[in-house]
Design a protein around this ligand. Sequence first.
Ligand code: ATP
Ligand code: MG
Length: 443
Amino acid sequence: MLKTWVNRWRNRGKPPTRLDPVIIPRDQHPISRRQISSVAVKTLYRLHDAGYQAFLIGGGVRDLLIGIMPKDFDIATDATPEEVKALFGNQCQVIGRRFRLAHVRWGREIIEVATFRANHDEAASHQGGINDDGLIIRDNVWGCIEEDAARRDFTINAIYYNIADFSLWDFANGSADIENRIIRMIGDPELRYREDPVRMLRAIRFAAKLDFDIEPRTAHPIPLLAELLSDISPHRMYDECQKLLSAGYATYVLPLLQDYGLFETLFPQAAKFPCQQLWMLTARNTDQRIADDKNIHPAFFLSALLWGDVQNHFNTLIASGMPRVPAWQKASQLALTRQHARTAIPRHIGQVAREIWELQERLQTPRPRQVELLAQNPRFRAAYDFLLLREQAGEATNDMGAWWTRWQGADPGLQAEMVRGLTDVGGKGKRPRRKRTAKVSSQ
Ligand code: ATP
Ligand code: MG
């Protein structure tokens, strides 16, 4: 009795530790096995045939209910990662420390199989852990499906598809929220954000991706808690940013991040030296490329986000007497190093961003002899696209974006004439003097 009371007191304000499902039979929902990736179905059946519970969960179910093609199919089961490994052998790899799960490989496709988890508090064993600020630092306490559902982030992400009888188990009234196009946190939003601040980014991501509204109680704490994101490992933050900006709906993500005060936490330097118009054009350009099935380089968005910061460093270095070429190199390095502290930028991606920035001046004021060489530079395409966007954003580029467009479409005769035209501007063989963008454009 006393123990129950103490537990209740300790758990006051905490999200419920388990939820009960409403079971929706197969004939009352639209999801059919044919819509699910065949390897996900095989994985579900293999688990089920071995006597484990096996459910499709998360985005796979949510997106099918909404009527869009899921990005991936995640599975939840009562088998532990080791049991999954024993069942799938070499096909399976157990990964992760903070959140341990099994990856089952089918050719090039990987299906994530996560074991049901339970909530845990400070008293929990080494399998689970929450630090003094309420942040979950380890999340490997196994539980039952009712407990697992209570730990899911949003109601729309807590609908399970049962391979045993094809029913849906809806634990938090997610189907109604899908119907009403609402993102709603399960449990107390503030507490859930404190447990894992990345959930704030996930709320924005789903609102942008699905064009859903964030319900007021779920939305309210976000600007107040935005700073908590600085406690998240820069590697995880980088992954989350990638998901936010390169999934085809950056045009919606960017204003939401800014409205909710999250942008400054993710990109503090960019927020100080904004190039809003360039960012929105880059977002639109990126989304369009994805819609057209073209590839995008993660460095491109980064180049746009940090462009104001890079120019600011550059201007300071030039003012201190540094020559232009080393000033660009140093400015790029400074911008990347600062951003790296927030979102760990893989070295090869930073390198590409650096090349895009450093090529801007060379494309804006090309030496005639270098025109051919510049066009053959492996980074020419990205740097030229970036120059075009800057031009569209109203930056002073001497219309060189348009010049390069014409040059690329011209026959050799016209190309040579255009290059001679460049020589005319600056005198024979000399680098033409052009007015450069001296200041950051902060539209
Ligand atoms: P998508 O894959 O389309 O981006 P998703 O909802 O499937 O969306 P995942 O990151 O694949 O997102 O996660 C799968 C499921 O795991 C989610 O639907 C949610 O139920 C749960 N989940 C993921 N991350 C968290 C988190 N930080 N807190 C609570 N639950 C989470
Ligand atoms: Mg998913």
